[in-house]
Design a protein around this ligand. Structure first.
Ligand code: 9UX
Length: 72
C-alpha cells in the first residue's frame, strides 16, 4: 500500500530551502517521492505507511528548520 500526504510549509524563501526539505524527506525510510513547491508552500509526499507515519514526515520537515502548517 502507498499513501500520499500534502503538507503546508512555512518559512521557505528560496530554491535552496526547497532542496533542503526535499532531501530531508527523501532520505526518510519509506518515502517514495517528495516534491516541494515554493510558490504554493506545499509538499507532496508518497510513502509506505507500513514504514513511516505522517508524524515522522512532519518531524523530518521541522528538523530542517521550517514550520509545518497543516495536513490535508
Ligand atoms: Mo535560501 Mo532557505 O538563501 O532557508 S536556503 S532562504
Amino acid at each position: 500500500m502507498v499513501s500520499s500526504l500534502e503538507l503546508g510549509i512555512q518559512g521557505m524563501t528560496c530554491a535552496s530551502c526547497v532542496g533542503r526539505v526535499e532531501r530531508a524527506l527523501k532520505k526518510v525510510d519509506g518515502v517514495l517521492s517528495a516534491s516541494v513547491n515554493l510558490a504554493t508552500e506545499r509538499a507532496s509526499v508518497t510513502y509506505l505507511p507500513s514504514s513511516v507515519s505522517p508524524g515522522q514526515l512532519k518531524a523530518a520537515i521541522r528538523e530542517t528548520g521550517y514550520e509545518v502548517l497543516e495536513e490535508q
